[in-house]
Write a protein that binds this ligand. Structure first.
Ligand SMILES: [Zn+2]
Length: 352
């Protein structure tokens, strides 16, 4: 735009003064991993600078667009002549967000690349904070694959034993099926993220997973961990809910196994006398065992050695079928509970 009529261009002396002023405001900053020499703005987080393009940030994020429309005071700091924005995020989170933003071919959008949970958490948090839907949606997509709505996707024969056998194993699922390297302990943080970002559909599977964590690790502050903006400590209410769910699942597990045993020995049985005898023996064994270490939704639990099925082939198949239906019923009850408006639902009794 042309200068208003009558207004003279600054004199060269004034230009010199302005240059001196700019130079006085110029700061040096440690270069982060993203530093485009022709970038137009420098974002600084935890003392690390990222020189990026204002136009790209504005194009994808309304939050940045608004930020860049704010007038800069004359004494505002600059870096290599570019305006500076001091960010509240961690440098690690910001690097992840900016890489995803500037490079659509990066591993963050490669469906075959397994991301760390910290990376996915940063994508969800910063994608939401700066309103970049593409980044947020990719994080949600990955988490939904780990915490799906349907039981068959959540527990498969190949994956379910990983859930509780190896709490520190970096893959919550088999590596070939996962999209996030996620330990069982990370499921606490998933609950907190789901609560904070209105992802209630993740809660049933995430809470179920948390019931497989030792109670001490669910409630004691010494297990508190915060990385970036993500907390690994449950709220008091969610810790209580986890403990109540543990109790429900423990009873439901025994009821489900008993129901599947009771179902056998009907008309189709090949060896009725033998199967009836096995049924009595196994029910007696079932009620004399502590099943605490078994996972309710794990199909493996039915074949747990001390109570493993000893029926004819047809009864064994029937037993598995009933057990599968019972697992499905628990899964649905769990979803109904979390689908109800907050505070309005009560946990069902295990025998309902
Ligand atoms: Zn039989």
């Amino acid at each position: 735009m042309a200068p208003p009529r009558g207004k003279k261009r600054k004199t060269s002396a004034a230009d010199a003064s302005l240059d001196e002023s700019l130079a006085a405001n110029e700061i040096e900053v440690e270069h982060g991993k993203i530093w485009f020499e022709d970038g137009s703005t420098v974002l600084i987080a935890e003392g690390k600078g990222f020189k990026v393009y204002q136009g790209i940030l504005s194009q994808h994020s309304e939050v940045f667009r608004d930020m860049f429309t704010l007038p800069q005071p004359p004494e505002a700091e600059t870096c290599e002549g570019c305006p500076i924005v001091h960010m509240q995020d961690t440098a690690e989170d910001l690097l992840c967000f900016l890489t995803a933003l500037h490079d659509s071919t990066s591993r963050y959008f490669d469906k075959d690349h397994i991301l760390t949970f910290i990376e996915v958490s940063a994508m969800l948090r910063l994608g939401s904070k700066y309103q970049v839907e593409r980044i947020r949606a990719e994080a949600v997509r990955r988490l939904e694959l780990c915490f799906p709505d349907d039981l068959d996707s959540f527990c498969t024969t190949g994956s379910d034993s990983f859930i509780y056998c190896a709490p520190d194993f970096p893959y919550f699922y088999e590596p070939s099926r996962t999209t996030v390297s996620l330990t069982l302990d990370d499921c606490k943080a998933v609950i907190n993220l789901a609560r904070a970002h209105d992802l209630n559909n993740l809660l049933p599977a995430a809470f179920y997973s948390c019931t497989l964590i030792a109670t001490e690790e669910l409630v004691l502050q010494k297990h508190k961990k915060i990385i970036g903006g993500t907390s690994w400590v449950l709220s008091d209410e969610d810790a209580v809910l986890c403990i109540e769910l543990k109790s429900w699942f423990k009873v439901a597990l025994r009821i489900n196994i008993a129901a599947s045993f009771v179902s056998v020995g009907d008309d189709y049985c090949q060896f009725p006398d033998s199967c009836q005898e096995s049924k009595s023996r196994m029910l007696e064994r079932l009620f004399g065992k502590d099943l605490g270490g078994l996972a309710l939704l794990d199909s493996y639990s039915l074949t747990y050695a001390p109570i493993s099925t000893e029926f004819c082939h047809l009864c064994t198949e029937e037993c598995k079928q009933i057990y599968s239906e019972k697992r499905q019923a628990v899964w649905e009850k769990l979803h109904e509970y979390f689908a109800a408006p907050a505070g309005s639902a009560r946990l069902p009794r295990a025998d309902e």
